[in-house]
Design a protein around this ligand. Structure first.
Ligand SMILES: Nc1ncnc2c1ncn2[C@@H]1O[C@H](COP(=O)(O)OP(=O)(O)OP(=O)(O)O)[C@@H](O)[C@H]1O
Ligand SMILES: [Mg+2]
Length: 283
């Protein structure tokens, strides 16, 4: 069951975000936009189709994500946003088309697939930390097991990352002892520990209490400003305005519109997007 999140997510009118993100200068985004043009595409989806039985969930998806680019995916519930993310790291197979990461087609299975998954970090709505491992162990597990990093080195790097997301003091605790916002920041640190080429975020703040949303978004804004390539499913328009290079509007399994955040939120081209925005902006 997919609940309709319109009206239930902690959406604020756009002007509220202008205050919320005043610390975010335009310079990071501009610097990234300059970089973006240099590197060539990192993730390329061509004519991707996917079915769940009879249901055509992804319809002829073409999407190019450049290095350092931040793409926000937005759209009504059931439109295929999560499925799109899950196909990019092959948690879900596709039925047609191609997905290439850094020039390489997604492998079917085996070692190459594990390697690819390591290149694609993913942060979900629910935190998915291992409950019986400490935060530090959660962050070092992937590097030790998959990247074969030495334990001391993995722990050193993990502590740096936990420092960066502001929860170094929580390293020895278990997930259940942390707040939702802290757990989500731990999940981000865990994904970053694999040194991914691209980070996928699927509604990373929608399960959080409102007061914890900002601390997670701040981490993501910093990550974007540092040049991480990111695909972010979110209805947080403040994040989109502050950090996105482009907004992809998805509905009924299709990319209906790709636009700059500025244009999308003030001057959407498609009626479907205008209709969607009129609903979320009135709440
Ligand atoms: N494992 C599955 N098996 C069958 N159908 C599925 C499965 N996962 C998703 N679907 C269906 O595929 C469609 C797209 O779902 P998806 O989760 O990608 O949408 P979404 O845009 O992420 O929605 P939301 O905003 O609610 O998270 C929906 O109709 C959903 O019910
Ligand atoms: Mg979803």
């Amino acid at each position: 069951m997919h609940r309709d999140r319109i009206g239930t997510s902690p959406l604020l009118p756009p002007q509220a975000f202008d205050v919320r993100f005043t610390h975010m200068t335009e310079s990071g985004k501009e610097a990234r936009e300059a970089e973006v043009s240099g590197g060539g595409p990192l993730v390329v989806l061509e004519n991707v189709n996917k079915y769940y039985g009879e249901l055509h969930v992804l319809k002829d998806i073409d999407l190019t994500i450049h290095r350092g680019e931040v793409v926000v995916v937005i759209g009504p519930s059931g439109g295929g946003k999560s499925t799109l993310c899950r196909t990019i790291n092959r948690l879900e197979p596709i039925d047609g088309g191609t997905i290439r990461i850094d020039g390489k087609a997604l492998p079917e299975e085996g070692k190459a697939l594990a390697q690819l998954r390591a290149d694609v970090g993913m942060v979900f709505q629910s935190f998915n930390l291992f409950a019986h491992k400490t935060i530090l162990q959660n962050v070092t597990l992937g590097p030790i097991k998959v990247r074969k990093t030495d334990k001391t080195e993995a722990e050193q790097r993990a502590m740096e990352l936990l420092e960066r997301v502001g929860i170094a003091s929580q390293a020895e605790k278990y997930p259940a002892q942390l707040s939702g916002g802290q757990q989500q920041r731990a999940a981000i640190a865990r994904a970053l520990a694999m040194r991914p080429k691209v980070m996928l975020f699927d509604e990373p703040t929608s399960a959080l209490d409102p007061e914890m949303v900002k601390e997670v978004l701040d981490v993501m804004i910093n990550l974007a400003a540092e040049g991480m390539t990111m695909v972010v499913v979110t209805h947080e328009m403040g994040f989109a305005r502050a950090s996105a290079n482009k907004v992809v509007f998805m509905a009924d399994g299709q990319i209906v519109e790709e636009n700059t955040p500025g244009e999308f939120f003030t001057n959407a081209r498609s009626d479907r997007a205008k209709d969607f925005l009129s609903k979320i902006l009135t709440h």
